[in-house]
Design a binder for this molecule. Sequence first.
Ligand code: NDP
Ligand code: MG
Length: 368
Amino acid sequence: MIVLGSTGSIGVAALEIASAFSREVEALAAGRNISLLNQQIATYRPKFVAIADERDLGGLEARGARVFVGGDGICEMLEIASSSLVINAIVGFAGLKPSLHTQYCKKTLALANKESLVAGGWLLDTKAITPIDSEHFGLWYLHTNRAIRRLVITASGGAFRDTPIHAIKEQTKSSALKHPNWQMGQKITIDSASMMNKIFEILEAYWLFGYKEIEAFIERSSSVHALIEFVDGSTTAHFALPDMRLPIAYAIDPIKAAATAIIPPMDLSQILSIRFDPIGLDRYPLYGLKDMLLEDPKLGVIVNASNEQAIAHFLQDRIKFGALSEIVEQALSVFAPRLTELDSYHAIASLDAQVRAWCDELIQSRIS
Ligand code: NDP
Ligand code: MG
């Protein structure tokens, strides 16, 4: 198999499951954490390796692997590799091109990179995707051919779920990166605190399952990941401890996963304390974008680009937490009226770049 984003939180867990299931790792792609990539190369001995930046070539210990550089390098690597399974665990918009190319190469796309669906779901064969996101794995687990009334996914509430509302705007990265339940990469941890992660996941659910009747609730323990309400009045729920190895194992080998104790079972006595609370817009203003995005999912390109760019500035302590939602909303007001068909990767990448440049200028003007 091939692991893109191998040095990240999902990538490392995917390699752990690959070892447990004795799967050969043919190719790895990483960003700039070359020391961890070198360790992974020593352990897994891949035939192919891709890195994001040619300046890191000097530190790379490829041990005979053929080396590729950049997004186009990943695509070339996908063409040459013979593996049929690609786990895309790259973070951000950089994951879209490899997702498209995985399907172009007729390989199976196991997708953690939810930004691929947010910024380009209409260009992907979404029925052929295996989701690596706890909520979408939960929906897949529960899905039957009975008529569905509504899909429900849960949110932990993120780092600021108990912060006084008036104090949230002034928060900085040190507090935003403290997720109560999950250990994840920096960007998704910030997206969880702002509830953008749930907006992304609602779009992800729309693209994967084809329903627009989707709602999210806060479930603080992250032990219920998804529920399906059926037309007949039944509701089913997926319970599991918060551990991404479960969806990853199913993406790698569903038959082995079902026959293996991947994670311990839940303590059923906890279930009595589970509550589902609505997501308040005073605490999570970005959740207010839900209906607009379901109405016109291509707005996801603008939301994704402005959010990703604003987070990059936030992680450099150039803006406060409250600016994230303001920047996304302003970007939408500027770019949504000019939205075009976006019927190619090139068109999407061009709009993504325009939105980012606009955000940089806006942030610069706010600072100076
Ligand atoms: P991390 O930040 O931990 O990892 C991101 C990975 O992407 C790293 O390997 C990084 O490399 C690599 N990367 C970044 N930019 C590039 C690039 N331009 N080219 C190649 N590789 C690149 O993130 P997570 O693992 O937490 O998340 C990955 C994706 O999975 C995200 O889209 C996230 O939303 C999604 N996801 C994550 C979950 C989680 O529990 N973590 C749950 C559900 C979904 P390097 O570090 O070497 O720079
Ligand atoms: Mg999730």
